[in-house]
Ligand binder design. Structure first.
Ligand code: B12
Ligand code: SF4
Ligand code: SF4
Length: 329
């Protein structure tokens, strides 16, 4: 087959796009046609119930989330990728996803490189844009349609070969590509481990999370004070929460060691337990914080938010010895 003929075949183009994505280090790749979002109803109900709390940007983008062609008009297909962030690494006060460099930057750079390779293959410019949590796309919906996994009861997208400790991203393009078969089966079965393990009872039903109760929301997204009823359940979690993924049998069995150097924990985090890290954060100036957390996703909570979390964690860890002494009662 000549080059021109090869590049006019959607199946061959899809094969090449996937080969490029794997060569760039992505762990899963699938292709979906853009169009009306199947789970838009679930999203609207979720917003309507108030479960998004103060994350008003989600509601603002609701219209565009109903159809994945809307964020970048003219685009027709998405190459959806997943990048594993090392679920086998030990749990700790900072959720695994946030210990190293910001995943938005790491994924965005790789998706841009993928876009450049597609254009080089085609010998022309192709309209397209990478999305990594950076626009009004329901990424888990798109990923399921591209065959990457199912919606777990903990709401995370789970893949039967690698579990759920991965980021999602998509390169939307104006290019016809052969699509993958959507992931139709539900492999959770009768398991309820994630629902039972959540310290704040944040799941109102399987696959429905009241974000206002989730430690990830409370320690990252919420501005202002964490409501007192959640102080004890936050435990030693300074930033984010991995509990409902840690207990999932698919992660227990298939989570992998960290392979992406950019996600290795920065020094500030690697060497400290919750108490030491909380103490250091509380004493930090804005300048020290900016230097120590340059390029970190933890900057999202700002120093003020991290100090708020640190105070809760310090209170919780200080109370532990006293509680342990009372155990024989
Ligand atoms: C807002 C948000 C949050 C919120 C709300 C989370 C939530 N579950 O809704 C908070 C701050 C709590 C959060 C936390 C986390 N997040 Co977050 N978050 C997002 C964001 C920006 C939007 C998600 C959203 O629209 N939620 C609204 C609900 C309704 O949508 P959904 O959860 O995607 O659920 C879909 C399906 O489950 C389905 N659905 C919903 N209900 C039902 C019911 C039935 C019966 C069925 C069949 C389907 C169904 O429809 C929904 C819409 O498509 C996405 C990025 C993006 N643009 O999509 C990242 C994203 C989902 N987050 C991610 C991560 C890594 C996390 C954390 C693990 C971080 C951490 N360690 O602290 C936690 C996990 C907590 C959890 N159990 O979900 C990853 C998830 C990767 C994966 N494997 O799934 C994403 C995709 C970011 C990325 N680009 O990698 N997050
Ligand atoms: S991330 Fe933590 S707090 Fe949020 S739903 Fe999962 S277990 Fe509950
Ligand atoms: S813990 Fe069980 S119910 Fe929850 S997501 Fe994993 S398999 Fe599904």
């Amino acid at each position: 087959m000549g080059r021109e003929q090869t590049m006019s075949d959607p199946a061959e183009r899809a094969r090449l796009a996937k080969a490029h994505a794997f060569a760039l280090g992505f762990d899963l790749v699938g292709i979906a046609a853009l169009g009306p979002t199947e789970t838009a109803g679930a999203f609207d109900e979720w917003i309507g119930a108030g479960y998004a709390g103060t994350m008003s940007y989600l509601e603002r983008g609701a219209e565009k989330r109903r159809d994945s062609r809307r964020p970048l008009p003219g685009t027709t297909h998405a190459i959806v990728v997943a990048l594993d962030y090392g679920g086998k690494e030990p749990s700790g006060p900072v959720a695994r996803y946030a210990r190293g460099e910001d995943y938005h930057d790491v994924m965005d750079e790789r998706l841009r490189a993928l876009h450049a390779r597609l254009q080089a293959d085609a010998g022309r410019s192709i309209a397209g844009k990478p999305y990594v949590d950076t626009g009004p796309l329901l990424e888990r919906d798109l990923a399921r349609r591209a065959g990457l996994g199912w919606f777990g009861k903990n709401t995370n997208l789970i893949n039967p070969a690698i579990g759920s400790f991965f980021f999602l991203g998509a390169l939307v393009v104006d290019l016809e590509l052969a699509v993958d078969v959507p992931f139709e089966s539900d492999r959770c079965g009768s398991c309820t481990r994630c629902l039972d393990a959540c310290p704040t009872d944040a799941f109102v039903a399987p696959r429905t999370l009241d974000a206002r109760r989730c430690i990830s929301y409370l320690t990252i997204e919420l501005k202002g004070e964490i409501p007192p009823e959640f102080h004890a359940p936050v435990g030693e979690m300074l930033y984010g929460c991995d509990i409902c993924q840690d207990v999932c049998p698919w992660n227990v069995k298939f989570a992998r060691p960290l392979r992406v150097p950019e996600f290795a924990p920065r020094n500030m985090i690697a060497t400290k337990d919750a108490r030491a890290l909380a103490t250091e954060l509380l004493a930090m100036s804005q300048e020290e914080f900016s230097a120590a957390f340059k390029g970190s996703p933890m900057k999202r909570a700002k120093l003020e938010g991290l100090k708020r979390n640190a105070a809760v964690v310090l209170r919780n860890t200080a109370a532990l010895p006293a509680l342990q002494q009372r155990a024989p009662e």
